[in-house]
Ligand binder design. Sequence first.
Ligand code: CS2
Length: 493
Amino acid sequence: VSAARLSRTALTQLPPAVARPAYDVAAVTCGIVHLGIGAFHRAHMAVMTDAVLAAGDLGWGIIAASLRSADTRDALMPQDGLYTVAVKASDGETLQVIGAIGDVIVAPEKPERLIAAMADPAIRIVSLTVTEKGYCHDPVSGTLNEAHPDIVHDLANMAQPRSAPGFIVAALARRKAAGIPAFTVLCCDNLPSNGRTVKRVLTRMAELVDPALGEHLRTTLACPCTMVDRIVPATTDDDRGRISGVLGVTDAWPVVTEPFIQWVIEDNFPQGRPRWELARAQFARNVEPFEHMKLRLLNGAHSTLAYLGAVAGHETVAQASHDPVFIALLRGLWLEAIPTLAQPEGQDLAAYCEALLVRFQNTAIRHRLHQIAMDGSQKLPQRLLGTIRDNLAAGRPITHLALGVAGWMRYVMGTNEAGEAHALNDPLAGRLSEIAKDAGRDAERLADGLLGLEVVFGRDLSGSAVFRAAVVAHLETLISGSVQQAIGRVSRA
Ligand code: CS2
């Protein structure tokens, strides 16, 4: 691999098979600020936005911000913001260099720089991929967690915020004072009714800063709901080496993804928007049925595979999804979840699930189960617990869904079946480990300790005897037997 970096000047020397910006990257101006420049954004919204730029709308470049580390800026800015997206199907890989990222701001270094960028009248959209926990909300009620340390900090330091809601509210306050209309806030995270959730969180935060600002946001802020979907595992050093080898120049941080991409967006952008429909995005009047379908079928299955698969000793989604025991589990889970869903326009739910299985089985994608297992306390409510709630209310079975929850509890014990330890990566990790330590190998104590977390389960599920009985039975098998036995029990039933 050559020592030269990917850059604007290197574009002309790339091998012909590598796709590259079909527009003058230097002529792009930015109309979007994006918070949370992770691999997902770079393989999803940035790719679709790149297609809009290629169609000639050069005003929609992206200023991306990282709310935590400088890593992405340090990797991308020496290469003029350019990076490669490697699309991996089972039978090969195609490479495309993306030019949509105009700048990267590291928020903790200069919070003022990010607020000023967001307050610029040229910015018409602020989008986010900051993960579930980045909204500082209570996942059960979907309201701002006013006791969250970052929110407490930001309310006392609105000129130097730390949280995504803090930055957005600070910038909207500045726009209001200057008579600049609010940008549209586009949440691209896996939250239910994500636009409505983010509007609730932002309006409350604004109200705490200044009641008039709260009222201003309540009446003028547009937060369209979106369903986003593309499987994007963390980039590895192997990926970096291989991709740089093909390019002939070093790309310090390419992203790797599957061929599938889906983005369904509610068309509510008072300040205008890119023509993302040119890039296969769908605009729909009602996005929530799509969000529910995706959260409950894809992400619910992902989390279930992650916990049970990791405990059973599998490493990746593809590995677990080729194991017949896990295939039976997935099919059973989907059968339980489908009756809770409204039919999204133009989607066939059974076909959607079969396509999911094929996506999960893509062996070219090494999606580590431990990566998906992260932040379970923030993910379970919308991925499994809402489905369980709906089925309990309708008197339908919850067997497979409850096994997913028991799998999380077994995972929280911190070891797999071979006795190998794994770290718990979760905002509640401290509390979870304490509960697991107190419970030892006692399934009832572990279940009761974890079910007592009303911030995860809500008062209703924390107190449900039917749910508890289902979880405890699974957990007993998982602790004294094995994942295989626990799945065997439900597959036979
Ligand atoms: C995964 C998601 O890490 C996770 O929790 O379930 O990132 C998933 O890959 C995406 O939502 C797919 O669109």
